[in-house]
Design a protein around this ligand. Structure first.
Ligand code: ZN
Length: 157
């Protein structure tokens, strides 16, 4: 039976000190294409290597500044690691309602300063303030092609 809140894993995001170096290790040992591009996100001041491995999207995330979302996470723990898992859901409002009815609370998105569902480049996302096994939970309702077009128009992309 499918979980009430989860269709699939949208991505797993790792906090790394150096996205290129981390990508190099995946290329060396696990056959990830070494020419995988590193994307820069000016709004969140993050550099990210994104690739598919075993049918899962991996994001190796490096903060461009001290005190950034990922550099701060590493500083607090003293090591790199799995920062969050993003779960794809059909209906983010229903998924949040279900989680909150079961005791979850919402965590502020550090990039947007919003708690609860809000638009990101790939879909509506929200973060829970309830880590599971030490791993942050992100939920995403991936945009339909129409919603993606709308988002890109608003952003002027
Ligand atoms: Zn956000």
């Amino acid at each position: 039976m499918l979980s009430e809140n989860v269709n699939s894993i949208k991505h797993m995001a790792f906090a790394v000190r150096d996205a290129e170096a981390a990508l190099g290790t995946y290329a060396q040992f696990l056959g990830v294409p070494p020419e995988t591009a590193i994307r820069e996100y000016p709004k969140s001041r993050t550099r990210v290597a994104v690739f598919d491995l075993g049918g899962i999207e991996y994001q190796l995330c490096e903060s461009m500044d001290l005190g950034g979302r990922f550099s701060e996470w590493i500083r607090e723990r003293g090591h790199e690691g799995l920062h969050h898992i993003c779960y794809a859901v059909d209906d983010i409002e229903a998924a949040l309602e279900h989680a909150e009815a079961n005791g979850a609370s919402l965590r502020m998105c550090k990039a947007c300063q919003v708690a609860g569902s809000h638009p990101h480049p790939e879909g509506f996302v929200a973060f829970l303030d309830n880590d599971a096994g030490g791993i942050e939970i992100e939920l995403m309702q991936v945009y339909t092609p129409e919603e993606l077009k709308q988002y890109q128009e608003v952003q002027g992309i």
